[in-house]
Design a protein around this ligand. Structure first.
Ligand SMILES: CCCCCC/C=C\CC(=O)SCCNC(=O)CCNC(=O)[C@H](O)C(C)(C)COP(=O)(O)OP(=O)(O)OC[C@H]1O[C@@H](n2cnc3c(N)ncnc32)[C@H](O)[C@@H]1OP(=O)(O)O
Length: 341
């Protein structure tokens, strides 16, 4: 009787979700016959977290919670990127009010995902730097597909400092020494390296296999009393959530001050990945070889796409203070940044 009701509810959810996903949403939610919600992130081009996208994720988590769905798998609809992390357009030359709302939304999403009463797993089917890694780490189980993808906390290489609650999360997942080394050196892990330090739990052959492995993890809880599982999870995760709840404003102010600092705004990635309007050389005042160099890297990236290592190019602009400006049409000047795809 109970089983029949649950099955009927899932059938209703499946049709309801189908309706929701016709609304041009950036998150596709499907509830399968086992009653597991699969959240496919699909915000082009790289699932970067803008404020609107975070708000949508927040609503999707509410949907899972409110419909008493027992488990959720977070994954990406794109073949090579799980998530590129925070949307650079939210942090490059930010408006104070908007940035603070953006950060508050990120905190809220993190608390909902990390503290979810339902079971959470991530099928990491592509690149997962910084904020992408944060979302995956907030789940209870991570399966990453094998390939040339990496996962990690690359904030320091971008001149950024991750918030304390993200650091604590990693420190509580992998060992403290690995966490310190990874955060300070911006180490990006291949799936094999990530497995070795337990940043992820399993490696899969492809996305279907990753989802199947996440489901196998979720299935383990068939043998466990739901209230024992939930209360144990809350005891383990509750204190970190409470800590952030009590310091939300300070955390927001601290990050805002960091973001608007001139040194941070000069960071290469902001110019490389922000929208073309703000990266237009016409609005760069004066002649700064480093800025011209980074702008050229962005131009070459646009021309050559995946063949061109834009971030490496921008990092070299900073390292050599714009002394070697790449010319996209001059092979010798860009060869160090061409990859061997
Ligand atoms: C800010 C507060 C500080 C502390 C908070 C700490 C927590 C998190 C911080 C962050 O998350 S910062 C973001 C860090 N993210 C990255 O470093 C990733 C940057 N992106 C990449 O490395 C690559 O794009 C990729 C994800 C590996 C994919 O590479 P691919 O070659 O497939 O694609 P690209 O050609 O590089 O990019 C395609 C397209 O996407 C745009 N884009 C990429 N990343 C972002 C982003 N994070 N935000 C906004 N837009 C992004 C990129 O500009 C390209 O756009 P178009 O040129 O096609 O318009």
């Amino acid at each position: 009787m109970l089983l029949r009701r649950v099955y009927k509810q899932h059938r209703w959810l499946a049709s309801h979700v189908k309706f929701l996903s016709t609304q041009k949403s950036s998150i596709d939610i499907k509830v399968d016959n086992d009653g597991i919600a699969i959240l496919n992130l699909q915000r082009p081009p790289v699932n970067s977290f803008s404020m609107d996208f975070l708000k949508e994720l927040s609503k999707s988590l509410d949907f899972v919670e409110n419909n008493k769905i027992t488990a959720m798998i977070l994954t990406s609809a794109f073949p090579r990127v799980f998530s590129a992390g925070l949307d650079i357009n939210e942090v490059y030359k930010p408006d104070a009010v908007r940035f603070k709302e953006f950060w508050t939304t990120l905190q809220e999403v993190w608390m909902k995902l990390f503290g979810a009463r339902f079971i959470t797993a991530a099928a990491i089917n592509g690149q997962s730097p910084a904020g992408g890694c944060l979302m995956a780490m907030s789940c209870e189980y991570r399966v990453m597909i094998k390939g040339t993808f990496t996962i990690g906390m690359n904030e320091t290489s971008l001149g950024l400092i991750a918030p304390t609650w993200f650091m604590e999360l990693v420190k509580n997942t992998i060992n403290v020494r690995d966490a310190e080394y990874a955060f300070t050196t911006s180490r990006m892990f291949t799936p094999e390296e990530a497995l070795k330090v337990r940043l992820i739990d399993e490696i899969a052959a492809d996305k279907d296999d990753a989802i199947a492995k996440c489901k196998r993890f979720i299935k383990k809880f068939d043998e466990i009393t739901p209230s024992a599982r939930i209360n144990t999870k809350m005891k383990l995760r509750g204190p970190a959530i409470k800590k952030l709840q009590n310091t939300r404003q300070e955390d927001t102010e601290e990050i805002y001050q960091l973001v608007i600092h001139p040194d941070t705004q000069k960071v290469a990635i902001f110019q490389l990945y922000s929208s073309p309007v703000s990266a237009n050389p016409a609005i760069i005042t004066g002649y700064d070889p480093m800025e011209v160099c980074i702008e050229n890297c962005a131009q070459c990236k646009k021309m050559l796409g995946a063949w061109f290592e834009g971030q490496l190019c921008a990092e070299s602009c900073i390292k050599y203070r714009g002394k070697m400006i790449p010319d996209c049409e001059n092979y010798a000047s860009i060869s160090p940044f061409l990859n061997k795809l």
